[in-house]
Design a protein around this ligand. Structure first.
Ligand SMILES: *Cc1c(COP(=O)(O)O)cnc(C)c1O
Length: 368
């Protein structure tokens, strides 16, 4: 087995100490275990910068999409209408969830290298009183663009509607004052910026908005309100919890705190991202997203313009030398992506740039 670091936006490279936590088989109804769940829930509220009296955290089995589906199908009632602002595959996935669940919804779509406009959303809300909920992705992992959830959340709050944010690839790596911005539901998962392993998602919910979900869910296992009611009692998950993942996640939170919290992690990610973009630009790669909207998590690059370029070949070359990068996901251009989150440091970015320089030289696809 070749061991390589993941330059992907999750699952990502975790520490040895996070992985080691999974060597224990823990009982689920045991008090110690339930206390770990409660501890995690309280820590998530701290990371979100919210007060326990106003907000609560719910953990949900499954990958991030399960968390998004849980929120959309639990919060949007039969009389409601959901507006989805989408500028990438994850925004469009929310529309797919809504369609599959038979929700009433509409989509405000922008180009993948442009951000949804808070002014436009504000006008849509003013003109369409039937819109009750707005959902948007924060860090669109499709391209790496960072959407302005502050402006959109404030506009939605001012209009008295419910705001749902998919902050999957940003929560823990970018400061998000959830309460101050007026976000009602914010979703992320164990295997992104908190640097745990895959297995569950979590949702920080405004209690008042969560109370409204009672009896609304269109799914049993993804019923956010039902999951909360059970977990709120004493920390017990409604159905079998991913015990090993939960233990690893608790360790990942301790390590996030030891690093200096979200501010420090954000600095490391931003520095990784800066070095990556500088280094690749020097080699002739052009980023897909403009500088003003580029997020610190993952970057999309156009294929180089020179001849003889083959992504699979480049991928294999890099992997043999210790790193796995990501294919592109935008639909309007030939691209690849490099993530810089996880147990990744500036020296990894420098090594990657060196490997890429060697590759381009060897294959003779450097631009003149
Ligand atoms: C990772 C991610 C998801 C969830 O994807 P899963 O494969 O279900 O974990 C959702 N939205 C965004 C923006 C993501 O980056």
């Amino acid at each position: 087995m070749i061991n390589y670091k993941l330059l992907t936006p999750g699952p990502l490279t975790t520490t040895e100490t996070v992985k080691r936590e999974m060597m224990v088989d823990h009982c689920t109804w045991d008090d110690d275990y339930k206390q770990i769940t409660q501890w995690i829930r309280r820590k998530l509220l701290k990371l979100a910068g919210v007060d326990e009296r106003e907000y609560t955290a719910v953990l949900m089995q499954g990958s991030g999409t399960f968390g998004v589906e849980s929120v959309l199908t639990s919060a949007v009632g039969r009389e409601d209408h959901l507006l989805i602002a989408a500028n990438g595959a994850y925004g469009l996935r929310m529309a797919e969830i809504a369609r599959q669940a038979g929700l009433s919804f509409s989509v405000y779509e922008t180009n993948y290298d442009e951000i949804p406009d808070a002014g436009v959303i504000g006008r849509m809300l003013a003109e369409n009183p039937r819109i009750t909920h707005v959902a948007m992705v924060h860090s669109e992992t499709t391209s790496g663009i960072l959407n302005d959830i502050e402006a959109v959340s404030r506009a939605v709050k001012a209009a008295g509607r419910t705001m749902i944010v998919d902050a999957m690839s940003s929560f823990g790596g970018v400061e998000i004052p959830v309460g101050e911005w007026g976000i009602d539901f914010i979703i992320s998962s164990a295997n992104k910026c908190i640097q745990g392993v895959p297995g569950f998602s979590f949702i920080v919910c405004r209690r008042e908005a969560l109370e409204m979900c009672r009896g609304r869910a269109k799914s049993l296992s993804l019923d956010l309100y039902g999951q909360w009611k059970c977990m709120e009692l004493d920390g017990k998950w409604r159905y079998t919890s991913p015990t090993h993942v939960v233990l690893a996640f608790a360790q990942a939170i301790r390590e996030l705190e030891a690093e200096g919290g979200i501010a420090a992690r954000h600095r490391r990610y931003a520095e990784n991202n800066r070095l990556l973009i500088c280094g690749l630009k020097e080699l002739g790669f052009r980023p897909y997203v403009g500088e003003e909207h580029q997020g610190p998590i993952i970057t999309t690059f156009f294929y180089p313009e020179g001849k003889n370029y083959d992504f699979q070949e480049m991928y294999g070359y890099i992997k043999e030398r210790g790193y796995a990068i990501y294919p592109g996901k935008v639909t309007d251009a030939e691209t690849f992506r490099v993530g810089n989150i996880g147990e990744i440091y500036p020296r990894d970015m420098e090594k990657l740039c060196g490997i890429l320089a060697d590759f381009l030289q060897e294959k003779g696809c450097l631009r003149e």
